[in-house]
Design a binder for this molecule. Sequence first.
Ligand code: AMP
Length: 217
Amino acid sequence: MNIVLLGSPGAGKGTQAKLLARHRGVAHIATGDLFRANARDGTELGKLAETYMDRGDLVPDEVTIRMLLKRLEEPDTENGAVFDGFPRNLAQARALDEALANHGMGVDCVVLIEVSDEEAVARLSTRWICRNCGAIYHRDPGTAIEGERCENCGGELYQREDDRPEVVRSRLDSQKPPLDMLDYYRQQGKLQTVNGQQDTEAVTAVLLSALDDKHGN
Ligand code: AMP
């Protein structure tokens, strides 16, 4: 099963994608994570991606799609995947359909997680992430975090460079799911929406029931 999660930065795609992938036994593919891993490893791709990520801009389609196609060749994707942060525009959506068709698959379900800009800004500007396991914590400005470690694994907590308020604004401007992409999925009868301003468990429950409806199980 291939599931696409759409939503503004801060909508909760990453959190939900991890849970759904585990629940469904499919891969979790997050293009942002792939770019960050490349940047950490200092690859050419990573260096290029960083120049866009630092400004809150999208990395060009050609580079992003090539990276995604390579990721789809890995064996853990054979039962499908939850796509988190890809596609971000119509060209990417079409490229995903084509790539999955080459593997005898297609997109089964697309869910748009909706949150207001205010909520997204509030979440991203207070977000701390575990370097080791990716767990997410929220701390209001001024609330001590120095030295605090991850509750799950003891890993170090950090704030993403692009979660700085000035970059967050530009990400929200340039990275909302565009209408032509939403129409593309709507016309295929695949698009569902969920209110992302509920707690994590409530959003997960709605997502799981949306998937069950699709598969009738
Ligand atoms: P994310 O972790 O999904 O917030 O992505 C972090 C950054 O990676 C984004 O701000 C973009 O610069 C880049 N990025 C991630 N996914 C894509 C994509 N599908 N297309 C273009 N750029 C992307």
